[in-house]
Design a protein around this ligand. Structure first.
Ligand code: NAP
Length: 134
């Protein structure tokens, strides 16, 4: 059976054995942004009005910045969180944000979150898989 995954670039066999320490094997993607770029620079000129996003871990750290940025650009951002009270405090005052319960370590809670979102009948335009589980 053919795999649905079609690589856009052949894997460089020589590079496979090399060490990627400090991103040595990474190559710029030509986005025009770099490590010093701010979220406001990246989102500039983009109108997300009417768009729906889900941002896991969207109430802390990088995820919180993502939530703020997408919401400020007009998107409705659904933030699943395992600690709803903490998430409420962290997201207080940010418009266009909705909280929902989800623990990524609990498959039933993931299913319940997904079913609720699907039942809302809304499309999903942006899925930010930001939450880390270490
Ligand atoms: N910060 C960096 O320098 C850096 C560098 C490279 C990559 N990253 C990656 O970028 C992402 C965000 O980093 P960060 O520094 O902003 O992380 P962070 O502040 O630690 O936030 C992680 C988020 O993930 C959530 N989370 C963890 N386990 C979860 C679970 N089982 N169910 C639901 N949510 C869960 C946390 O929820 P709780 O608040 O409930 O714990 C928190 O909201 C991570 O994937 C990280 O690996 C970060």
């Amino acid at each position: 059976m053919l795999s649905p995954f079609v690589p856009t670039k052949q894997l460089n066999v020589k590079e496979m054995g090399k060490n990627n320490y400090q991103g040595a094997l990474q190559k710029p993607v030509g986005s025009g942004f770099n490590a010093a770029s701010s979220t406001s620079e990246v989102i500039k000129g983009i109108d997300l009005t009417g768009k729906f996003a889900i941002a896991t871990g969207g109430n802390t750290g990088i995820g919180l910045e993502t939530t703020k940025t997408l919401a400020a650009a007009g998107a409705t951002v659904v933030v699943p969180a395992r600690d709803i009270e903490k998430a409420k405090r962290n997201l207080e005052g940010i418009a266009h944000v909705e909280l929902a319960a989800m623990d990524l370590m609990d498959l039933n809670s993931i299913d319940a979150f997904a079913e609720n979102f699907l039942a809302s009948g809304r499309p999903l335009h942006l899925l930010i898989n930001n939450a880390s589980m270490l």
